[in-house]
Design a protein around this ligand. Structure first.
Ligand code: ASP
Ligand code: MG
Length: 475
C-alpha cells in the first residue's frame, strides 16, 4: 500500500499563476514518487478578506461595491484560468463555474443588503466562496499539467455542528463520508483537490471552520483518512528560531513538538494555530510546514510529544526558539490588605475581562502581596480604570495600596521541551541577561513547563532576544 499525503496550499501558494504553477509541480512530484496525494486549498490570497468586506458593505446597503466586487472576483480568478488551463474546453467550463459562483456572491450580498443584516450563517455562505473558486482552478491546473485530478467540495466530507463562523467537526461522521468518497478516488490513482475552510452541517448547510481554517481542514482530512503525513505549504520554510528581522542568525527549527508549538504561537511566533493541527498530531501523524517556493527545504516537522527519556537524551537542545511580544504594559495590583483575602485575583481578572482585554502573562509573588500581569499597551488605560472601579472600597480603606502600570515593556519567551529537564537553565538565562545588562521585571514559567517568559523594558527587547538566541544549539 502506498502512503497517503495530505497537502494543503495557503493563499499565497495559489494566489498568482506562478505560485499555483509551482504548487502543481509540488503535487506532481510526490505523486510521481508513488504517494497517494490529497490536496487541500485556501482561497487565493486576499479573497476571503474581500468577501468579508463585501458583507460589511452589503449590510450598509452599498450595492455599488457589491457589483464592482462581483466583476473583480471574475477577473481575478479568470486571470489564473487563462494562464494555467490549456484546453479551451476546460477553460470555458471553469469560466462558467466562476461566473456562476460570482452571481451567487451577488445574490447573497444583495439579500444581506435588503435585510440590512448578515447572520453568521449568511456570512459562511459568502466567505466559503473563496475556496469554491480556487479549488476549481487548482484542480483544472493539475489536469492541464497531465495529472488525473478532480475537485471535491468539503461540504460533502466534513460534518460540523451549526456554530457558524467557527464550526466544530464531528470526526466520526466526517470519517465515514471522507473514506467513502475519497478512498475510491485514491484507489483509481486520482488526486482529489478539496476546499479548505468550509464544511457543512448534517442538514447540508454550509459552515466554516474559522478564519485561517484551511489548515484545520487539512488536519481533519488527514486524521480521518488517515494520512501518513500532512504537509502545510506556505511562503516560509517552516518555523524559525527567532524573528529573522531581529536575529540575523535565525534559522528553521527542524522539529517541534505539539506543546512547544502551542507555546510559540501563543507568544507571538507565526506558526500554525495549535487547534488546527491537533487532530493529526494526537494520532502521531507528523505535520510538515514547508515552502511552496523552496520545496527542497525540509521545513519544520510538528510531532507528538516525545517520551521523556528521549527528551532527556536530547537535552542539549534546551531552547529551541525565542520570541518577543512588543508593546505591552505590566500592571500591578498591590497592598498589604490583600494577603490571604480570597477573591482578589478573581476580581482583578474579572475587571480586566470586562474591558475585553486578554492577558498573555501573569505572575503573583508569594512573599509580597501583589499580582502583576501584562496587557497590550493600547488597552492599559481601560484596564486601570476598570481596576480602580472594582477596588474602589479597598483602595479607600488602604487594603490595596497601589494599582499601577509600567511604561512599555516586551514579553520575551524562550521555548524548548528541554527547559523542564535541564537543571540550572533558568539560572543561566538570568545570568546571561544580567551580563547583557537587561533588567527583568517579571518572570513566568508556562504551565506546560516548556516555556519561560520574561518581562523586559521595551528598549532592551532586541538585546534580550539576541542573548537568549545564543542558547539555541544546532538540532
Ligand atoms: N481562506 C480562509 C481565510 O483566509 C481560510 C484559510 O485561508 O485558511 O481565512
Ligand atoms: Mg491561510
Amino acid at each position: 500500500m502506498s502512503s497517503t499525503l495530505v497537502m494543503k496550499f495557503g493563499g499565497t501558494s495559489v494566489g498568482t499563476p506562478e505560485a499555483m504553477a509551482q504548487a502543481v509541480k509540488n503535487v506532481q512530484k510526490s505523486k510521481e514518487e508513488g504517494m497517494d496525494v490529497v490536496v487541500v486549498t485556501s482561497a487565493l490570497s486576499g479573497i476571503t478578506n474581500l468577501l468579508t468586506e463585501s458583507t460589511a458593505r452589503a449590510v450598509q446597503g452599498d450595492e455599488e461595491f457589491i457589483e464592482r466586487t462581483e466583476v473583480e472576483l471574475i477577473e481575478k480568478h479568470l486571470f489564473l484560468v487563462d494562464k494555467l488551463i490549456k484546453s479551451s474546453e476546460e477553460k470555458a467550463e471553469i469560466r462558467k463555474e466562476i461566473e456562476r459562483l460570482s452571481q451567487e456572491f451577488g445574490r447573497l450580498c444583495h439579500a444581506i443588503s435588503i435585510l440590512g443584516e448578515a447572520t453568521p450563517r449568511a456570512l459562511d455562505a459568502v466567505l466559503s466562496l473563496g475556496e469554491r473558486f480556487s479549488v476549481r482552478i487548482l484542480a483544472g491546473a493539475l489536469v492541464s499539467a497531465g495529472a488525473e485530478a478532480l475537485f471535491v467540495e468539503t461540504s460533502q466530507l466534513i460534518v460540523t455542528d451549526d456554530s457558524f463562523q467557527e464550526a466544530h467537526p464531528d470526526l466520526e461522521k466526517t470519517r465515514e463520508k471522507t473514506q467513502n468518497i475519497i478512498k475510491p478516488l485514491l484507489e483509481e490513482g486520482k488526486i482529489p483537490v478539496l476546499t479548505g475552510y468550509l464544511a457543512a452541517t448534517e442538514e447540508e448547510i454550509t459552515t466554516t471552520l474559522g478564519r485561517g481554517g484551511s489548515d484545520y481542514s487539512a488536519a481533519i482530512i488527514g486524521a480521518v483518512l488517515p494520512a501518513d503525513e500532512v504537509w502545510i505549504w506556505t511562503d516560509v520554510s517552516g518555523v524559525m528560531t527567532a524573528d529573522p528581522r531581529i536575529v540575523q542568525q535565525a534559522r528553521t527549527i527542524s522539529e517541534l513538538n505539539y506543546r512547544e508549538m502551542a507555546e510559540l504561537s501563543y507568544f507571538g511566533a507565526k506558526v500554525l494555530h495549535p487547534k488546527a493541527v491537533r487532530p493529526v498530531v494526537e494520532l502521531g501523524i507528523p505535520v510538515r510546514i514547508c515552502n511552496t517556493f523552496k520545496p527542497e527545504d525540509k521545513g519544520t516537522f510538528i510531532v507528538k510529544e516525545e517520551d521523556d527519556d528521549l527528551v532527556k537524551a536530547r537535552a542539549r537542545h534546551v531552547v529551541k526558539a525565542v520570541t518577543a511580544i512588543p508593546s505591552q504594559r505590566l500592571v500591578t495590583v498591590e497592598g498589604r490588605g490583600m494577603l490571604g483575602v480570597p477573591g482578589v485575583a478573581a476580581r482583578t481578572f474579572g475587571a480586566v475581562a470586562a474591558t475585553g482585554t486578554s492577558v498573555p502573562l501573569i505572575t503573583q509573588a508569594s512573599s509580597e502581596q501583589s499580582i502583576s500581569f501584562s496587557v497590550p499597551s493600547d488597552s492599559v488605560d481601560a484596564v486601570l480604570s476598570s481596576l480602580y472601579e472594582v477596588f474602589e472600597t479597598e483602595i479607600a480603606r488602604r487594603d490595596i495600596d497601589r494599582v499601577w502600570a509600567t511604561g512599555d515593556v516586551a514579553i520575551i519567551t524562550a521555548v524548548g521541551n528541554g527547559l523542564q529537564h535541564t537543571p540550572g537553565v533558568a539560572g543561566q538565562i538570568f545570568s546571561a541577561l544580567g551580563a547583557a545588562n537587561v533588567n527583568i521585571y517579571a518572570i513566568a514559567q508556562g504551565s506546560s513547563k516548556v516555556a519561560i517568559s520574561l518581562i523586559v523594558m521595551a528598549n532592551d527587547a532586541e538585546r534580550a532576544v539576541h542573548t537568549l538566541h545564543h542558547f539555541i544549539t544546532a538540532n
